[in-house]
Structures are given as C-alpha cells and as structure tokens.
Design a protein around this ligand. Sequence first.
Ligand code: URA
Length: 235
Amino acid sequence: MAKLMQLERILQSQGFGTRKACRALIRFERVSVAGVPVADPFAEFTPDGLVFEVDGVAWPYREKVYLMLNKPAGHECSRAPKHHPSVLALLPEPLRNRDVQPVGRLDEDTTGLLLLSDDGQFIHRLTSPKHKVAKVYEVTAKHLVDDGQIAALLAGVLLHDEPEPIAAAACTRVAERVIRLTLVEGKYHQVKRMVAAAGNRVEALKRIAVGPIRLPDDLPEGGWRWLEAAELADL
Ligand code: URA
C-alpha cells in the first residue's frame, strides 16, 4: 500500500521550516491540496506524486532534489561563498533549506549547466573520477584557435602538479576563437589551465552538457528547473 504522511511532515520534508512552522502554515490555511485549503496539519496524503500549494504556489513533492541551473557569472558554487553570492541564492527558500549542493563546481566567472542535488550517492557518482562523466564546455579564447592548439588539447597537455599529460576527450572548433571541449575529469580550473598550456587563454567559459544532459535553450541565465524522470534515468 502507498505510504501516507501527515501534511505537516510533508511540508517539513520539503524545506518549509520546522514542524511547528509547518503546522502554523497549515492552521493559517496557507496550504492547499488540489485547490482546497487544508487546515488540519495531521491530514494524511500519499506524498509520491502529490502537488500541494503554499500561498498559491504549486510545489511538487520530491523525496530527493535533482535540478539543473543555468549558472550566471558572478556566483560561487559554495554554501559559504567568499566574494560573490552563492548559486544557492538563486533557488527558492524551501530548496535552500534542504541540503542541496552543486554537483561539482564551476568557477565564479563560468556560466551554464550546473546540476544540484541533496542525494549524496548521486553527487558522488557524477563527480567521482572513476565514472568519467563527460562535461562539454564552450570556450571563447582570447586568440585565434589554430590546428596546433586543438591537436595539443587532443594529444594531452602537461599541467602543473599533474604527473601525466591530460587530454580532452573531444575538441572541435566552432568559430575562429571558439572551441567545444569535452573533459572527463573535473580538476581545478581544468579548462583554463589546459587552454593556457596549449598556448591560448580562456576569455569566457560556458558548460553546455554534463553526461547526457544538455543545457536547454529555453532556460534563462539564473533560471532552474527540476530534472525530468527521463533525464534522471539517462544519468
Ligand atoms: N574548468 C575551468 O577552468 N573552470 C570551470 O569553471 C570549469 C572547468
């Protein structure tokens, strides 16, 4: 039989505050299910598939959080940012109240696809070097990108502190100064350091894919959306 949960517990699990705060939200009739206000905090619902509303805003119940964000520049991928706001500041408060973390890190000035989750195993699987998840970056370089630089990136470049040369899994030129670079590692400043080692310099960096997930054209910078079931299955 499908499990039942009290409404106040459901709200608490979704990041709407302490049990007491959730109980108060419900008693003040700020919570509806299927368009009908529910004033009883102990009313029971099947959480899976439930969509409730708080102050008229619909919230789908999610046992775990899996989402994508189109990261704008000027945001840090840290819960305790030092110089710029955290990417977490771009999410609604209930999500910030859950233990949501970026899946790997993008530099403050890097834009594009960032996955976030509160599922530790999922984060580990996507970031562990063992799993070699492909990340695709669109790199705008300061100087024209010549064939020699592309060949060097594909053959492997030696980075400071690395014992072996590191090669791009793929590298194609899309404009005179723009390349699409695929990496399967996630080393510190890896794209910037590899492009520098190949004799150029990164002027702008945007991640456009992680594994099978591509940054959708219709997700504006700073916008986020839940990962769809099919996307999660692909990952
Ligand atoms: N490589 C970098 O240099 N920066 C990023 O943000 C991601 C990959």
